[in-house]
Design a protein around this ligand. Structure first.
Ligand code: PLP
Length: 375
């Protein structure tokens, strides 16, 4: 069993901050409802506990990517919650999808036809969302297929359309011209579905200065990531703290780690800490970025190993340096967006790669009821 004592690092998840972020987005998009996007195990934080906490805060719509994710999550949701599968309906998945009561996001005429056939077999209407492609060219019916569908409305027989949606390519860039183009395309395409609730915005889209339709699909902002660069209005949800394994002082000119890629320019005190790329700490952070010890910066030196990283603690007060001492990797001095910037990636990738070797501590939300033990 992983505990703070047995693991090399502790991942702390603040579920009260998650709820605070949910409220911030609610205020931002009112009167639209905020759906929780909990794909990829709730962006690495635990889909079940995240979804249950959001449900307690009033959230009624949830999105995952895969049927398997829906299957795992469904028992944790109340029967009236709407659980959507973003990646749609793969051939052969119709029966399972209907059986668990999840709603596929139908992304093509073919998927619509197969869901309609499933409804016929089941002898009852089956709920679903329909996605139109407003210009991102990833998933959803392109405009020609929407026209085709309008010419053959019987294709929709038996489908209870709960939502018509699309996804923005540039929502995190408020000035990008494609936002207005996609908005116009969405208006045009959804006019064919009068009375059906509409959903266009993700986290970034929720902060664009215009209306937000009926439902927004919030992911990264719920988890504390910046929806649109700086400043970030969200509260931090995640903290990651590793332990010092060993300390040594090496002379100027000594090499550190694999490939001796770092040569110490001065006599250097080196601490080895218990997080590596197998824990989701990007190998791209070799000799890039830093850690913090009680606010003192300790740069990463040398390559990130599978299970450890070496840091330069020469300028950190000695009293803070001992085997087992805590080192901040994500926390008040360094956000997930800071780490992502150093690694040349996005906060989404940092979060979703967080490893399963951490002791995980949940605070607030439904963890307050469960006594902090949860997964
Ligand atoms: C992942 C995803 C979201 C959530 O996006 P964030 O930027 O994390 O808010 C919303 N909609 C779709 C279709 C997605 O794939």
């Amino acid at each position: 069993m992983l505990s703070a004592e047995t693991a090399g690092a502790v991942l702390r998840v603040d579920l009260d901050a998650l709820v605070a972020n949910y409220r911030i987005i609610q205020q931002q998009v009112a009167p639209a409802a905020v759906a929780g996007v909990v794909k990829a195990n709730g962006y690495g934080l635990g889909a079940s506990i995240v979804a249950r906490t959001l449900a307690q805060a009033g959230c009624r719509h949830f999105f995952v990517a895969h049927l398997g994710e829906a299957e795992t999550l469904k028992p944790d949701l109340s029967p009236d919650a709407e659980l959507y599968i973003l990646n749609g309906l793969l051939p052969g998945a119709e029966m399972d999808c209907a059986a668990i009561g999840a709603m596929p996001v139908l992304n093509s005429i073919d998927q619509i036809a197969r869901w309609s056939a499933q409804a016929r077999r089941a002898g009852r209407p089956l709920p679903a969302a329909i996605q139109v492609d407003s210009g991102m060219a990833r998933l959803g019916l392109p405009p020609e297929e929407v026209d085709m569908l309008m010419a053959r409305p019987e294709l929709l027989d038996g489908i209870d359309i709960r939502l018509v949606m699309s996804h923005l390519a540039c929502a995190d860039e408020p000035d990008a011209a494609c936002n207005a183009r996609q908005y116009e395309a969405f208006e045009r395409l959804t006019a064919h579905f009068p009375g059906v609730p509409r959903s266009l915005d993700n986290s970034g889209g929720s902060f664009l200065p215009r209306g937000h339709y009926d439902v927004v699909r919030a992911g990264i902002a719920l988890y504390g990531g910046a929806p649109q660069g700086k400043p970030n209005p969200m509260q931090p949800v995640v903290a990651l703290e590793a332990k010092i394994l060993q300390l040594r002082t090496v002379p100027a000119g000594a090499g550190v780690g694999y490939g001796m890629s770092h040569i110490c320019p001065r006599e250097t005190q080196v601490a080895t800490i218990a997080v590596g790329y197998a824990d989701g700490w990007p190998r791209h952070l070799s000799s890039r970025g830093a850690t913090y010890i009680k606010g003192a910066r300790a740069p990463i030196i040398g390559r990130v190993s599978m299970d450890s990283i070496t840091i330069d603690v020469t300028d950190v007060p000695d009293i803070l340096l001992y085997p087992g001492a805590p080192v901040e990797l994500i926390g008040p001095n360094q956000s997930i967006d800071d780490v992502a910037a150093d690694a040349g990636t996005i906060s989404y990738e940092i979060l979703t790669q967080l490893g399963d070797r951490y002791a995980r501590e949940y605070k607030g939300g439904v963890a307050a009821v469960a006594g902090g033990i949860a997964a």
